[in-house]
Design a protein around this ligand. Structure first.
Ligand SMILES: NC(=O)c1ccc[n+]([C@@H]2O[C@H](COP(=O)([O-])OP(=O)(O)OC[C@H]3O[C@@H](n4cnc5c(N)ncnc54)[C@H](O)[C@@H]3O)[C@@H](O)[C@H]2O)c1
Length: 304
């Protein structure tokens, strides 16, 4: 890939850029933030790290949005993070304004870019960015939870993480669904493989609750989600066609919404593999889509 842009150089923007660029995904990286000096000095840090890894990517940090141009991929993590006791939708109105402002600036200089939104509530922010910009946009969705789920099962059952497979999806966050019929350990269905040593409820409550615990202790999540998001970026940039649980746009009634489903991530992105899921897992996706559409419509009203 020739050029990737990172919009937002906070905790997430920095760790995502580090994680993705270390995979040697682009000739050039543009880093943008509104805080003076942050993208510039972070770019210095990145160049030092990339040089150590012998990765030749030109990195430019800037506070001028006009410098963000001709990118093939734009990754947006600009906006407010939630506090430990807040839900992700608490920052909806503030972050929607950031998405709408960026949607006015980015597409004209980056008309051929694919856009990846990270900012929370991520599925709704991707829908708002796509609605306001008219550009193809994905949400990083539940890929973060996939890795939280697989790593927790592996640690608790004492097996290598590579032997755990399966997908979470629907909505990123507290309303996530685990597609249990896809979850296997060494190819054996989860319930049989765990033999009662680990219950579905324990897995679900860890996967849904761990982010709040990390935020309370460390001020925010970063390394875990950023590596999962780096994997999404790398799979797109290198056309790896990995199956990841991202939320690609989905027409639902009168809106385009973002609901996570196992999806082939290459360039271009897709198809989604929803049709290959069991009817129980597909039912969870339908329920999530219905609930998310309703909540999204209500939240949109708060912007008027
Ligand atoms: N999708 C996920 O899995 C996931 C995981 C963790 C965090 N997040 C979300 O990512 C977002 C960022 O989190 P963070 O921890 O990096 O927060 P942060 O406060 O560390 O960084 C946010 C950055 O955005 C910048 N910013 C604000 N408005 C901007 C604009 N208009 N243009 C450019 N930059 C702007 C700020 O200056 C700041 O540097 C939050 O909404 C958070 O909830 C998403």
């Amino acid at each position: 890939m020739r050029r990737v842009a990172f919009i937002g150089a906070g905790r997430m923007g920095q760790t995502i850029a580090y994680s993705a660029l270390m995979d040697g995904i682009a000739d050039e990286a543009l880093i943008f933030d509104i805080v003076a000096n942050v993208p510039q000095r972070f770019s210095d840090e990145l160049i030092h790290a990339l040089s150590t890894a012998r990765v030749d990517t030109r990195v430019i940090g800037t506070n001028a949005i006009e410098d963000i141009k001709e990118a093939d991929l734009v990754v947006i993590s600009a906006g407010k993070p939630r506090l430990p006791d807040q839900s992700r939708t608490a920052v909806f109105a503030d972050n929607a304004k950031v998405m709408m402002a960026l949607a006015k600036e980015l597409p004209m200089r980056n008309p051929h870019a694919t856009y990846i939104v990270v900012t929370n509530p991520v599925d709704y922010m991707a829908s708002i960015f796509m609605k306001s910009s008219g550009k193809y946009t994905i949400s990083t969705g539940a890929q973060v939870e996939n890795m939280r789920m697989r790593s927790f099962i592996a640690q608790r059952l004492g097996v290598p993480v590579t032997s755990v497979n399966g997908f979470a999806g629907g909505e990123h966050g507290e309303n996530l669904s685990i597609f249990w019929d896809t979850v296997t350990v060494n190819g054996i269905p989860f319930d049989e493989a765990s033999g009662g040593a680990l219950k579905r409820d324990e897995v679900a409550s860890y996967v849904k609750g761990i982010a709040a615990q990390v935020i309370a202790a460390l001020g925010g999540t970063s390394w875990g989600p950023s590596r999962a998001i780096g994997d999404i970026i790398s799979s797109f940039a290198k056309n790896k066609n990995k199956v990841l649980s991202i939320a690609a746009p989905m027409k639902y009634k009168d809106e385009v919404i973002h609901v996570s489903r196992p999806t082939v991530v290459g360039n271009p992105i897709g198809p989604t593999l929803e049709a290959a899921l069991s009817s129980a897992d597909r039912k969870d996706i339908d329920a999530a889509a219905g609930r998310m559409y309703k909540e999204y419509k209500e939240l949109l009203k708060t912007l008027q």
